[in-house]
Design a protein around this ligand. Structure first.
Ligand code: 5BU
Length: 275
């Protein structure tokens, strides 16, 4: 468990060195929600409709913007308006994984203009530390206006069966995160990672990685394509600060009711952890 995960979101919001992490914790505290909904729908209308209906119960919306069949600037303006209306952050689960020169072009500009609208992005560190450096350089360029509102999660582990993101790979993810504290918020991982074995960079006193855990589902153990689920209680008990649920919410008979349930269970598990 990370050294800060026994603290309340409010306490972490007050002391975190990274402005976007502070904002994340403030949103969680204000809305009493640590739920990220993975809105894996395929049209703009479905995405905006979900964002508006679930907005009151979530802290973050996670998108796969490239699965929309009708992406346009209206997708973005709609999503941004709902993010303001309901006070949630936007996480584009693009999983960048290429040389620095290419990821900079995929992140900034291009067809999807991700840097303009996504508060949070993520990357895999298969290419090495340069991918983190390249994304940080773009997000923190002097002429980029959104710098303080942009952050990266390193994909340190995955929930799919047989994932190779383990051991030395996970330890390297922690090392790279420590080298870019003003840009890297933390990890997408199945547990808290501050003490991952094999890390070589020493933690700072202020270190407070934010942990997002995917593969959260209240009623299923997995799918037919290797996804493996855990419950909100289990994820938060292992160190998740934000639980990510997709089909468990948006494919439920009543998505709003499901979002409320994940919110309540996620919050109760968090309160149990900090008490
Ligand atoms: P589900 O419907 O709750 O299974 O959706 C999970 C979402 O989280 C989906 O968007 C995946 O792309 C994403 N995901 C994941 O499931 N496992 C991982 O290790 C990572 C992302 Br990283």
């Amino acid at each position: 468990m990370s050294s800060k995960s026994h603290l309340t979101y409010g306490a972490r919001a007050r002391t975190h060195p990274n402005p976007l992490a502070r904002r994340l914790f403030e949103v969680a505290e204000a809305k009493q929600s640590n739920v990220t909904v993975s809105a894996d729908v395929t049209t703009t209308q479905e995405l905006l409709d979900l964002a508006d209906r679930l907005g009151p119960y979530i802290a973050v919306i996670k998108t796969h913007i490239d699965i929309l069949s009708d992406f346009s600037s209206e997708t973005i303006t709609g999503l941004q308006a709902l993010a303001s209306k309901h006070n949630f952050l936007i996480f584009e689960d693009r999983k960048f994984i290429d040389i620095g020169n290419t990821v900079q072009k995929q992140y900034h500009g291009g067809a999807l203009r991700i840097s303009e609208w996504a508060h949070i992005i993520n990357c895999a560190v298969l290419p090495g530390e340069g991918i983190v450096q390249a994304l940080a350089q773009t997000a923190q360029a002097p002429d980029f206006p959104h710098g303080p509102e942009r952050g990266l999660l390193i994909l340190a582990e995955m929930t799919s069966k047989g994932s190779l993101a383990t051991g030395a790979y996970t330890a390297a993810s922690v090392d790279y995160a420590r080298n870019y504290p003003s840009f890297v918020l933390g990890f997408v991982s199945t547990r808290s990672l501050g003490e991952a074995e094999g890390t070589t960079v020493a933690p700072s006193e202020e270190e407070d990685f934010v942990v997002f855990t995917t593969g959260v589902n209240l009623s299923s153990k997995g799918d037919k394509l290797g996804q493996q689920y855990q419950t909100p209680q289990s994820a938060i008990g292992r160190g998740a600060d934000f639980i990510i649920a997709g089909r468990g919410i948006y494919a439920a008979p009543d998505a709003v009711d499901a979002a409320r349930q994940y919110q309540q269970q996620g919050w109760a598990a968090y309160l149990a952890r900090v008490q």
